[in-house]
Ligand binder design. Structure first.
Ligand code: SF4
Ligand code: MG
Length: 326
């Protein structure tokens, strides 16, 4: 299968100011740090890792919602890094995003019809009958009644609001959709409905998904392949069954073995998985392998040399000195 989206050495460092009044300095927060990743046409690639490891930043970089500080992105056979706003326009509608918080992402003062229509207007459509028909079709696709168009976000449940968010993302007929924790903020009972809806839409419309989640069970359900991120790096990528039944990277092994934290207050904060030790700061990541401060298999080389992402088995990529001895 060919790659629809491809990242090469993709990097995003945010400048963070620190220091005192007398000694100001700027540090780089290395949110995404040299990521190579391919997303195949028609697949769902799950992207997992603890909160703060750079998943959302990577998703936003791939569709150029934010600008990289290094590396390259190819979309549908074209390099899109560095394209001007005008040149990006033709690609922009083909790459959309569904956000985690369906309430925060929708303007409370706009009707559902206006919310879904807005991307069409931005891309040059007029608010006429043909455009309204596209909105009605988008509502139908996500399983909302036509009369929902005249209502406002606060009149809907969380699950219905996420359906509005999905309709807004799909109304431009995209090829690639970044789903950034689209069910994390929803009740467990509603999560499965939204995941099933996304799967049905993918089949019906031939979509390609990057599905970001910290909940490994959701990713297991929806993904074809899974990529694991740790502190701005992709540390393992493989077919779903290989990730879950034969994980190679110690971090992936820890994620899968981690006992789910079932306290609702933790789940709401995105802390379902717990691994020994704290995640180090992306402001000053550990030398060598970034996982070395928490890895049960750490060796001397791990502290000094960063492991490259290599392919020890076909289509299974791992960045670890255990798997790829130096
Ligand atoms: Fe652990 Fe070393 Fe592998 Fe990093 S490179 S995951 S520290 S064994
Ligand atoms: Mg996130």
């Amino acid at each position: 299968m060919t790659a629809l989206v491809s990242a090469t050495g993709l990097t995003k460092h945010f400048a963070v100011r620190g220091g005192s009044f007398l000694r100001r300095h700027t540090t780089a927060l290395r949110a995404v740090d040299g990521v190579d990743l391919q997303i195949r046409s028609g697949e769902t690639l799950g992207l997992v890792g603890e909160s703060g490891c750079g998943k959302s930043t990577l998703g936003r970089l791939l569709i150029r919602l934010i600008e990289p500080t290094g590396g390259r992105i190819d979309f549908d056979g074209h390099e899109i890094t560095g394209l001007s706003t005008k040149a990006m326009r033709q690609h922009r509608r083909a790459m959309q995003i569904i956000f985690q918080d369906p309430y925060g992402a929708l303007n409370p003062r706009m009707s559902v019809e206006d919310i879904i229509m807005e991307p069409l207007l931005i891309h040059g459509a007029r608010a006429d009958a043909a455009t309204r028909a596209k909105v009605a079709e988008a509502l139908r696709l996500v399983g909302l009644p036509a009369r929902a168009a005249q209502r406002f976000p606060h009149e809907f449940s969380g699950g219905q609001r996420q359906r509005v968010g999905i309709a807004r993302a799909l109304v431009l007929n995209p090829k690639f959709v970044v789903c950034d924790e689209p069910v994390s903020a929803l009740d467990v009972s509603v999560q499965a409905q939204i995941v099933n809806l996304l799967q049905d839409l993918q089949k019906e419309l031939g979509l390609t998904f990057l599905f970001i989640a910290h909940d490994l069970s959701v990713v297991k359900h929806i993904s074809d392949r899974v990529a694991v991120m740790y502190l701005g790096k992709v540390v393992e990528v493989a077919e779903k069954h290989a990730i879950y039944s034969a994980p190679q990277h110690p971090y992936t092994q820890a994620l899968i073995a981690a006992v789910p934290v079932l306290r609702p207050q933790d789940r709401a904060r995105g802390r379902r998985v717990r691994i020994a030790g704290d995640i180090p700061s992306a402001l000053n990541p550990p030398s060598g392998c970034r996982f070395h401060t928490r890895c049960p298999h750490v060796m001397p080389i791990c502290r000094v040399q960063e492991p490259a992402l290599t392919e020890p088995a076909p289509a299974h990529h791992v960045a670890c000195h255990l798997v790829n001895p130096v």
